[in-house]
Design a binder for this molecule. Structure first.
Ligand SMILES: Cc1cn([C@H]2C[C@H](O)[C@@H](COP(=O)(O)OP(=O)(O)O[C@H]3O[C@@H](C)C(=O)[C@@H](O)[C@H]3O)O2)c(=O)[nH]c1=O
Length: 211
């Protein structure tokens, strides 16, 4: 699937419930509680362009609680790479500063009413898609790189390698339509469990309800 075709499809599945904020930065709530899309205005002139990547108050207003970030991360990935799904006990604030990526957030919280639901976002170039995604701790995220991608994320806690998990990128219960069936994965990500393996007793996996 090429970038343009993927953009058209993704526009259909990202469901906005409400939005708040000024004309500069809109915070859009998605179908997954705790997953927000931040759309920002881009100011272009003869030099190039400018945008705000973060404003504290509109996010806090939607979350109804204060938030802060403790660590910033930057990864660079080759075209065809897929990272995730990673489940970590910290809020994440994602930004693709260069390249084009399909970012998917999955609700992997077993007690959530939207357990198993996903939301997809195209992030990065061209400039008018330079939105950011906020995901509350406990949600899982993954991204696929159409091009070389610079991926930045701010997180609310410092990294703890013993306190993270994940879900297999191709979990049939999540049913994500990735642009390829053969992405480049880390060894660790290729071995992640499915939700059914993680939560075999969850009601959604009761016999007869789901394969
Ligand atoms: C995430 C992280 C990794 N590392 C180290 C561990 C390892 O040696 C190396 C690469 O780690 P990983 O393979 O887990 O990196 P990566 O697959 O890029 O992990 C990231 O995936 C995406 C989907 C996210 O949203 C991020 O929050 C993070 O989970 O960097 C840190 O030192 N600090 C960190 O905060």
């Amino acid at each position: 699937m090429n970038w343009a075709a993927c953009r058209a499809r993704v526009a259909l599945v990202t469901v906005a419930h409400s939005n708040r904020g000024s004309g500069r930065l809109r915070v859009i709530e998605t179908a997954i509680e705790g997953c927000l899309l931040l759309e920002t205005a881009i100011f272009e002139d003869t030099r190039g362009w400018f945008l705000e990547t973060y404003r504290q108050s509109p996010i806090g207003a939607v979350l109804g609680r204060p938030h802060r970030f403790s660590q910033g991360n930057h990864s660079r990935s080759k075209p065809g790479v897929l990272r995730g799904f990673h489940t970590e006990p910290w809020d994440k604030f994602v930004y693709v500063s260069r390249g084009m990526a399909l970012c998917v957030v999955a609700d992997t919280r077993p007690d959530s009413p939207t357990f198993g639901k996903t939301a997809r976002f195209l992030l990065g170039d061209p400039p008018h898609h330079r939105h950011r995604v906020f995901l509350q701790k406990g949600l899982s995220n993954a991204f696929y790189c159409f091009t070389e991608v610079d991926y930045l994320n701010d997180v609310s806690e410092e990294f703890d390698p013993n306190n993270r998990g994940g879900v297999l990128w191709s979990d049939p219960f999540l049913g994500v339509e990735w642009p390829t069936a053969e992405p480049i994965l880390s060894e660790k990500d290729a071995l992640l469990p499915t939700l059914k393996e993680l939560y075999p007793d969850h009601p959604v996996f009761a016999v007869g309800l789901h394969a």
